[in-house]
Design a protein around this ligand. Structure first.
Ligand code: ATP
Ligand code: MG
Length: 313
């Protein structure tokens, strides 16, 4: 049975720290803190695993934090086979202030990847492609990996007729996109940077999405946070309104969309099924504080509420 493969060059553990209020130059005592999965493709693996869908997570990891990321994935039934590199898997810190809505993320870059690690990862990936149903890749890159790595991995998948779901910000997004992945999932800011203009309406998002589709044959699933999303497919498009959920933390909501699309590609279902699952899972991640944390029961309950409204209508 072919497997879902996720590829995360820059593995990450998220550390969420909740504080009453931010004050400069003072010791701030947290009122709560916890670790959760981070890194877009590993988030997708984590969510798929929570929904009972197995996957193989590849990428670069190192040190005790690398082991912790593996443990979290194993707990959800994900198989991992990371290349052990130098340095340490990252810990990104997410600061949640109780007196403001939203969150602040501090990111670090602590993995050190040598040319032989990149070669080992490409070999492991090529092997996995022989039995892959779909590949999810993306996120930032550690020192020692250039954006061309993504273009090469997308091309390798296409050569084997394996669909790809790619999610990255600039400069990685445009370099990977040039290799024509099957889907990309930019949010509003990522799409704006790619197009060199701010995206301020569904009309602008749609125009940008059509341009990407015509130029690369890649279907963009554009997520617009609390505004919902726009899926621009080869011969149709859908507006997907957000679900009315009590948002605790939207971190990883986009990665839930990756998980949904991936599940439908893996099962050979219409992409509409993947969009429904993905946006139900996205709403479910909003209900829990941890990045990429969902309850399967919430996803199931929210699934019938997801509407795909033909766009422009
Ligand atoms: N505040 C919110 N209220 C309701 N739904 C939301 C909210 N934020 C996100 N969502 C849902 O999740 C989807 C994906 O969110 P978003 O556009 O924030 O992705 P993202 O920026 O890629 O997130 P991340 O990178 O943290 O995973 C949205 O299209 C929407 O359906
Ligand atoms: Mg995202």
């Amino acid at each position: 049975m072919p497997t879902i493969v996720t590829l995360t060059p820059n593995t990450t553990l998220d550390h969420t720290v909740i504080i009453p209020s931010f004050v400069h130059l003072k010791t701030i005592r947290s009122t709560g803190s916890f670790f959760s999965m981070g890194g877009k493709p590993t988030d997708a693996s984590f969510i798929l695993g929570t929904l009972g869908i197995p996957s193989l997570a590849l990428g670069c990891a190192a040190g005790a934090i690398g082991r912790k990321v593996e443990d979290l994935l194993h707990e959800r039934g994900v198989t991992t086979d990371f290349i052990e590199v130098n340095g340490e898997t990252r810990i990104n810190t997410i600061i949640v202030c109780e007196d403001v809505i939203g969150q602040t993320t501090l990111t670090v870059n602590t993995l050190d990847v040598l040319p032989e690690h990149v070669e080992a990862l490409k070999r492991r990936y090529a092997e996995a492609l022989e039995d892959a149903s779909v590949v999810v890749m993306g996120g930032t890159l550690p020192r020692g990996v250039t954006p061309e790595f993504y273009a090469e991995c997308i091309e390798m998948a296409r050569a084997r007729h394996v669909p790809t779901v790619y999610d990255a910000a600039e400069p990685n997004l445009s370099i990977g996109l040039a290799a024509c992945p099957t889907y990309i999932k930019p949010n509003e800011a990522e799409l704006g940077q790619l197009m060199g203009q701010t995206i301020e309406s569904f009309e602008e998002a749609f125009a940008a999405g059509r341009q990407i589709l015509e130029q690369y044959g890649t279907a963009p699933i554009i997520t617009l946070g609390p505004q919902g999303a726009l899926a621009v497919l080869p011969d149709r498009a859908y507006r997907i309104p957000p679900l009315p959920v009590e948002v605790v933390s939207a971190g990883g909501a986009g990665d839930a969309v990756l998980a949904g699309i991936t599940a439908s590609l893996h099962r050979g279902q219409p992409i509409e099924d993947g969009l429904r699952l993905g946006f139900a899972a996205a709403a479910a991640t909003c209900l829990l504080p941890g990045t990429a944390d969902v309850r399967a029961a919430d996803v199931e309950r929210l699934l019938p509420q997801v509407a795909l409204i033909p766009y422009p209508g």
